[in-house]
Design a protein around this ligand. Sequence first.
Ligand code: FAD
Ligand code: NAP
Length: 313
Amino acid sequence: MLNLAIIGGGPAGLAAGLYATRGGLKDVTMFEMGMPGGQITGSSEMENYPGVAAVMDGMSFMAPWQEQCFRFGLKHEAKKVEKVSKNEDGTFSINLEGGQTQLAKAVIICTGSEPKRAGVKGEDEFFGRGVSTCATCDGFFYKNKEVAVLGGGDTALEEALYLSNIVSKVYLIHRREGFRAAPITVEKVKKNDKIELVLNAVVDEILGDNSGVTSIKVKFNDGSTKILDVPGIFTFVGLNVRNSIIKDEDGNFICDTTPTGQIKVNLKMQTSLKGLFAAGDIREDAPKQVVSAAGDGAVAALSVLSYLESLND
Ligand code: FAD
Ligand code: NAP
């Protein structure tokens, strides 16, 4: 029986792992289906973590986090969690891919979020063959070529800036005039000669052949259309929370959630279900920042320590 199961190994899960194990808790396992580090490992530039003045890519930024946790005894199981459920005796069952089940006295859900699909014709067909959601992973394939970026948030603009250092031109396509991204980033984009803004427009269709994407059809809000001959398009149209593991057989959530599926928590990161905690992007009102996800993880772990102590009273 685990004392604590942490589901997800992004900034929230790793911070929770550090605070739980350094707080003296034994038998703590972090279930992370991929490489620990979370979605920030797909970012080309990280520059707003307090105390870390050097600008670095997300992968380099996260590398020491796991090393630090493992030193204090956190175990990493590289498995996907399929489902979390509460048993009658108050423990939790963690169902893993492949059919195994682990038991835990407490659980912290840190499953974060994943890129949304834009819902454009051709997007699924050409995903991985010209359509991408990761500039650091795929940008280099388009060295000295023209690419398109779709979206007007922080991710789209930051990644357009990153791509502009590799490709010959970036068409930044956004459905309205104003941007959701931070003003400082918008200014950088507007000053960048290699980025052409294509505003009040959406992508109507992604076209291609056996080799992958060859062009995209852009549709402006006034109804006019234009073909851009690009071999690649990066879509950054927001995130979906990963909450499927807290659904029961009937599709109901095992704890309270918001209408958009984020987990409701109190200031101790406790959910409405005793012994179940949530931290990071998955929780309601998450600022979706590394620093806040890490803070949540630390709070959740400290709350778990108190919770487990209370079970012994
Ligand atoms: P995540 O980072 O999403 O980690 C969740 C982890 O859980 C993932 O590793 C996933 O593999 C794992 N997981 C999910 N489901 C399961 C399952 N069923 N079983 C096992 N494992 C599972 N924030 C900043 O502060 N500064 C920035 O500059 C910045 N830039 C960004 C750039 C990009 C391109 C993106 C996408 C995000 C950026 N963010 C930035 C936001 C930041 O990355 C997130 O707020 C933060 O990573 C959230 O951490 P988390 O631990 O809650 O979740
Ligand atoms: P986001 O803020 O939700 O922005 C998504 C963008 O995509 C919006 O501009 C939206 O347009 C557009 N969009 C949505 N659906 C679309 C569609 N179907 N077709 C065309 N455009 C569409 O997502 P994000 O940029 O990934 O950021 C997610 C969170 O992470 C945010 O909280 C962000 O601040 C944070 N983040 C922070 C940093 C940083 O701190 N440096 C970096 C990256 C991300 P509208 O604007 O018109 O809605």
